[in-house]
Design a protein around this ligand. Structure first.
Ligand SMILES: Cc1cc2nc3c(=O)[nH]c(=O)nc-3n(C[C@H](O)[C@H](O)[C@H](O)COP(=O)(O)OP(=O)(O)OC[C@H]3O[C@@H](n4cnc5c(N)ncnc54)[C@H](O)[C@@H]3O)c2cc1C
Length: 431
């Protein structure tokens, strides 16, 4: 097999850079034999490892991570999470699906929060709720359907006018909004670092240890530069990078999206970003822009998508600045202090791929938005599948569905560009 590639980014993760330095766990420097090896220390991989240990405390488990915890996508995200699932395409069928999935999702969220509380993980949780907002007539029409789903699914919410949104975020840009009370906002790098550092001491975690190849041989052999890990069962918790291992190439693709954080805004100008000290805003269109006030005096902007590779940094900066200045023209002189990209997995129907790939080989990927709770949920259930818990597969597969087929290259890249051009036109000012 050709050497595996793993996520490598031009820029460091801004959330991680805003925290005090953390000492990574040592890289693998010897051969090792375990019962289960987990590749990837994001929300999915850490949930797999922790749940395996909960069910079978005697199991020998190891987690192998290419980068340092805090530099992967689990730290690069916008830090919105909730125990509720509210679909973007609000049909009644989606409402029913969200209700069924919501039960698993809420369990995973509660499990995650218990780990956070039991281990005293300081990740700056803000119970500020979130706003889904529309800037255009089409966005408002689509969001009004989501309001209906929130009502039917008993999700605590309220509707916001342009003035309500402006009061909170300072900008009159949005015409209609849906406020969801139960969303929490957190510092994602602090959360994933806390989860890694709170792994039971019996589970070794090897950071800065890219897996270069895997092969089936009396179980599985995982190759790294510092040593091999032999295991009976192997879990790929590498999300959009599963295809790099030679699996699920026709089910998922790697997508990059971008985030930037402004420099600190002077106290005298803070009125421009609203009355609320903490707020988070999600777009009504899937190509839209996510915004968040962070650390009292900064704004985070998340937007843009790229297929399989990062964009030119100047292009990404210019696009994110355009999004920021359109919303806050009075702050046009405020620059970005941090800009970074992160990867997610694109699947054609939005469903993850979760299950067994081969004898002793398991994977969970295709986690795009909502990965903090969803990755935790998928990882937790993957552990149950790995340990042969009855019903583990059926329950998850029925509720989540499975990633459908995607055309191979070159049609895939062409398709990505055509669809993103069409959708960008539709999204218009939601971007
Ligand atoms: C900019 C951005 C904003 C987002 N906003 C949100 C949000 O607000 N809320 C939310 O819930 N979700 C959000 N997401 C999505 C969320 O971050 C992902 O869904 C989540 O990270 C998926 O977790 P995971 O553990 O499955 O995968 P990842 O976090 O990608 O973890 C996989 C790990 O596998 C490692 N790996 C890959 N290949 C190898 C290899 N060969 N050897 C060893 N290790 C390897 C990687 O280094 C990585 O650390 C956002 C994502 C991005 C990029």
């Amino acid at each position: 097999m050709a050497k595996l590639t793993y996520p490598r980014y031009t820029n460091l993760c801004g959330w991680n850079a805003m925290l005090p330095a953390r000492l990574p766990r040592p890289a693998l420097d010897r051969d090792l034999t375990v019962d289960v090896a987990v590749i990837g220390a994001g929300y999915t991989g850490l949930a797999v490892a922790r749940r395996l240990q909960e069910i079978d405390p005697q199991a020998r488990i190891a987690v192998i991570e290419a980068t340092t915890v805090g530099e992967g996508s689990s730290a690069r995200n916008s830090g919105f999470t909730s125990s509720h699932l509210l679909p973007r395409n609000a049909t009644m069928e989606m409402a029913e699906k969200a209700r069924v999935q919501g039960r698993f999702y809420a369990d995973a969220f509660d499990w995650l929060m218990k780990i956070v509380n039991d281990n005293g993980i300081q990740c700056d949780i803000q119970h500020s709720g979130s706003i889904r907002a529309a800037a255009t007539e089409a966005g408002e029409t689509s969001l009004r359907k989501v309001v209906e789903v929130a009502r039917i699914n008993n999700i605590a919410h309220s509707v916001l006018s342009r003035e309500d949104i402006q009061r909170r975020i300072g900008s009159p840009y949005y015409r209609f909004g849906l406020y969801m009370k139960d969303t929490i906002l957190l510092q994602p790098a602090a959360l994933i670092r806390g989860l890694a550092d709170a792994l039971p001491s019996s589970i070794p975690l090897f950071e800065n240890t890219p897996v270069t190849a895997i092969r089936k041989q009396d179980g599985w052999v995982v190759e790294t530069a510092g040593g091999v890990v032999k295991c009976k069962r192997l879990a790929l918790a590498t999300n959009g990078f599963i295809p790099k291992f030679g699996y699920l190439k026709s089910r998922m693709a790697t997508i990059y999206t971008y985030a930037a954080v402004t420099e600190e805004i002077a106290d005298a100008r803070l009125g421009a970003i609203g009355e609320s000290e903490a707020w988070g805003l999600l777009p009504s269109h899937r190509l839209g822009t996510t915004l968040r006030r962070i650390g009292r005096n900064r704004v985070m902007v998340r937007s843009l998508y790229a297929h399989e590779a990062e964009l030119d940094e100047r292009e990404a900066t210019a696009a994110l600045r355009d999004r920021f200045v359109r919303r806050w023209p009075d702050l046009a002189d405020i620059g970005f202090e941090y800009l970074w990209s992160g990867t997610t997995a694109f699947t054609m129907n939005g469903a993850p791929w979760w299950g067994q790939l081969d004898e002793g080989l398991y994977a969970s990927g295709g986690c795009n938005g909502s990965g903090i709770a969803k990755g935790t949920m998928l990882g937790r259930h993957l552990a149950e599948l790995i340990l042969g818990r009855e019903g583990a597969y059926d329950a998850m597969a029925q509720s989540m569905g499975r990633a459908s087929w995607i055309a191979p290259e070159p049609f895939r890249t062409i398709g990505f560009h055509v669809v993103s051009a069409l959708e960008s036109r539709k999204a218009g000012l939601e971007m």
